[in-house]
Every structure is written in C-alpha cells, then in structure tokens.
Ligand binder design. Structure first.
Ligand code: ACO
Length: 431
C-alpha cells in the first residue's frame, strides 16, 4: 500500500510519497519538494539524504551489518576470495564455476600495461604521492583504451565488461609501478597470468632483478582478505564521487579516477595511514595509550580508525581484520608493539564513556594498517591498497548509474550566505 508523509510549512500541508527499500529502510521522496513548496532540503554532509536507489550493498550501521548483494560480509570473508566477491558485486549474482573461470582468466590476462604508459611513471617526481599517480594514471588508462571510454553511455556500457576486467587487473600494475619508480626498481615488469590475482600483484611490486618475490608468510592470502573487505561500502564519499561524476555521462575510467582522489583524504581512505602514524607516535613517546585517549577526549587529537558516519556499532570488517592481524603477525613471527598499543587503545576506548556515548567503535582502518605493514606495504601505499580493493564497488556503482535511463545529472542546491547584490567599482576608484 502506498503511503505518504506530510510536511507542514506555516499553515499549509504538503504530501510526499514514502518509499521503502527491501530491508524496510524508509525515506520521504522529496524530489518534488522545491516545485511544491519553494523550499530545498538542507542536509550538509548528506547524513540524512538518500542520494540514489541501489541494489549493491546493504549496511545497517546500528546493528553492524554489511551485506553485498544479500550475502553477509562474514560469509564472503570466510568462503570467498576477492576476485569472486568482485564478480558478485559487479554482476549481482555469485558466478557459476564456468563464469568465474572466464572472469578470472580475463582479469589475470589483462595485467600488463601498454609499453607507452611506462613513460608516464618516469614523468613523476619520486616524491609524488602514489594516490596522485594512481588517480592520474587510471584516467590516462582510459586514453589508452579510448574505445571503452567514449563518454557515450551506450558505447561505454556495451564495453563495460571488458573495461571492468581491464581496470581491475591493471590497477595492480599501476600500483606496483608507482612503487618501483619511487624506490628505483626497474619498470620493465610483466603480469604473470599463471599466478593468482594478489600473488601476481605482490610479485610485480616487490620482485628485484634476478630475485623473484616469494610469499613465505601468507601475505597474498592476507592481502586478498583485505581487498575483499574493502570491495564496496555503499554511498561513502568516494563511491558517491564516482556516482556524481558518472551522472554527467563521464566514462568509467574518469569516474573512478575521481573516486580515487576522494579516497585519498585522511577522513576516508587515508585513515589507514593515519592510524599507523598515530600508533607509531604513541609508541615513540613512551605512552601506553592512556595519554592519547585523554587527548582525543579533550579534542586535542583524534583517535584515528575510530568512529564512522554509518556504523554506530562495531564495523564488522574491523572484527575480521583484528583477528586476521593477530594471525598474520603470528605467521610472520613478528612481535609488533603497535598491535599491543592498538589492542590497549581499543579496550580503553570501549570502556570509556566519551567513546561509548558517541558510539565510536573501531572501523576497518583500525587494524588494516598493522596487516599491511606486516606484509611489507609501505605506509604511503596503504590507501592505494584500499583503492585496489574498492575498484569493484566503484565499477558496480558506475554501472548502476549508467544503466539507469532515468538517472539525472547530480546537481544539489545550496543555501547562499554571501553578499547581496552590489555595484562594481572600477579599480582606480577603489583607492
Ligand atoms: N576520535 C575522537 N572523537 C571523535 C572521533 C575520533 N576518531 N570521531 C568522532 N569523534 C567525536 C567528534 O568530535 C564528535 O564529538 P562532539 O559530539 O563532542 O562534537 C562526535 O564524536 C561525532 O563525530 P562527527 O565528527 O560528527 O562524526 P562524523 O560522522 O562526521 O565523522 C568520521 C565520521 C569522519 C569517520 C570521524 O569519526 C573520524 O574522523 N574518525 C577518524 C578518522 C577515520 O578513522 N576515518 C575512517 C572512516 S572509515 C573509512 O573511510 C573506511
């Protein structure tokens, strides 16, 4: 049964339809608000705004639930892997053995970059941030595959499957090459399609001349889990950016390049770097964590890796990664003091009224940096790892926008707070 909600302004009532999602989330459909009332909805930060209908990921932040296409993240983490989960997120269904084989084969065979693209890496300073390189080169990748990046929706959609496998594969080579450029390793690497997705990536990144990278401590498996846990996360800042750019008709590569830039910020994907920097500075200062907690409570510091716009309960990915961090360090035989500091901070924060009353729990970034550090990923590349993991989610969201023939360009309104109309005074008369 269709139901309506009423907004009363002065003494007039305005009716708006109520729409309901498959998990009973309700929204007031305000698409006609301005036309009917002359008002716009003011929701800075979009905390109460449903910007789209989407069938990809469901989050219930109060209960700590995360599901992709209906499958709980805990089940995917236990039984699936990154490539299969990527297929699920992009296509909506778990693959059959044959379709997984075909998808995986296409991804694994598309890793090597066009030789001309290698010169792009040589144009960057060695101090260039890898997220800036990733964003630029993903956009450039579109120019090397211009037939899939036309900005003509129908054509870009027809080539989506090929473009998606290519992007998912080559993002690893881009990340590996930016690392190699920065540390002065040769850039003449090739992807090896006989290796599994994450293993091939680590080999491209860390192999030295004559010494092929060997995964002796389960690094590929741990990184695969990290990628899987980052594969999609509903309408977060970077995904909304991808959708915003896609809404203008921009191609997949350009839209994802914009998403990478949005992810770079420390309040979003950059938080995993910030967590390690925070833990290292606590360690260096000889603090057991208690002084830092006090600083966070007084607003002098922020407990990075804590808090989330949507989760007001434990981020389910943080639980899985916390356990994984312990296992990885055990396997490598490393006793990282940062893990102890993190556990102490977590325990202290979960018992402290400041954090409890604000519903601040560990998010996915709290333990992920410890895992990445243990497997040898430099801190500057942490957010790049997040971006590799998030590619499937961004692509699925791009496709959702592109396939929707009714989708309109995203164009919010504002409340203007500047000067009223003024008369221009010529420079010579301004004194
Ligand atoms: N440490 C200390 N206090 C915090 C923290 C924190 N990490 N996060 C929020 N608070 C406090 C705020 O100061 C505010 O307190 P107040 O009510 O006394 O003013 C209250 O909790 C509410 O916080 P908001 O900033 O309103 O929460 P918002 O939803 O806007 O921000 C965010 C969420 C950006 C994630 C924030 O919690 C944060 O900065 N956390 C640290 C950075 C981080 O870990 N980011 C990763 C997010 S997950 C991801 O992108 C994968």
């Amino acid at each position: 049964m269709e139901s309506n909600g009423i907004i009363r302004i002065d003494d007039e009532n305005f009716e708006f339809p109520i729409i309901e999602g498959t998990e009973q989330e309700k929204a007031l459909d305000l698409r006609t608000l301005r036309a009917k009332t002359g008002f716009v909805a003011f929701d800075e930060g979009y905390g109460n705004t449903g910007s789209c209908e989407s069938a990809i990921t469901f989050i219930n932040g109060e209960k700590g639930i995360l599901r992709h296409r209906g499958y709980p993240i805990e089940q995917l983490a236990e039984h699936s892997n990154f490539v299969e989960t990527a297929y699920l997120i992009i296509n909506g269904e778990l693959p059959t053995a044959a379709s997984l084989n075909a998808f995986e084969g296409n991804v694994l065979r598309s890793g090597t970059l066009n030789a001309n693209m290698i010169s792009l890496f040589k144009g960057f300073n060695t101090s260039a941030h890898p997220m800036a390189m990733l964003s630029s080169i993903v956009n450039a990748l579109g120019t090397y595959n211009a037939q899939y990046a036309t900005n003509v929706r129908k054509i870009d959609l027809e080539h989506f499957d090929t473009a998606a496998t290519l992007l998912m594969s080559k993002v690893r080579s881009i990340a590996a090459l930016s690392y190699r450029m920065k540390v002065g390793l040769p850039l003449d690497i090739e992807s090896d399609s006989s290796k599994f997705y994450t293993e091939d990536f680590l080999t491209m990144m860390f192999s030295k001349p004559e010494i092929e990278y060997e995964d002796t401590c389960g690094a590929a498996k741990a990184l695969d889990l990290f990628f899987l846990l980052h594969a999609d996360h509903e309408q977060n800042c970077s995904t909304s950016t991808v959708r915003m750019v896609a809404s203008s008709g921009a191609n997949l590569f350009a839209s994802i390049s914009a998403g990478i830039s949005a992810l770079w910020g420390p309040s979003h994907g950059g938080a995993n770097m910030a967590v390690i920097e925070m833990l290292e500075s606590i360690h260096a200062s000889g603090d057991d964590g208690s002084r830092f907690i006090e600083a966070a409570k007084s607003g002098k510091a922020k407990l990075m890796g804590f808090g989330h716009r949507v989760y007001k309960n434990y981020d389910p990915r943080a639980k899985i990664l916390g356990k994984s961090a312990i296992k990885v360090l055990e396997k490598i035989g490393v006793n990282d003091p940062l893990l102890d500091i993190a556990s102490r901070l977590e325990k202290a924060a979960l018992e402290d009224d400041y954090f409890v009353s604000r519903k601040l729990y560990p998010n996915v970034d709290f333990y992920s940096g410890i895992i990445l550090k243990a497997i040898g990923i430099p801190v500057e590349f942490f957010t790049v790892m997040f971006a590799i993991g998030r590619i499937p989610g961004w692509m699925a969201n791009w496709k959702e926008i592109a396939k929707n023939s009714k989708s309109r360009i995203h164009r919010p309104r504002q409340i203007y707070t500047g000067s009223n109309e003024r008369n221009f005074v010529k420079l010579e008369k301004r004194g």
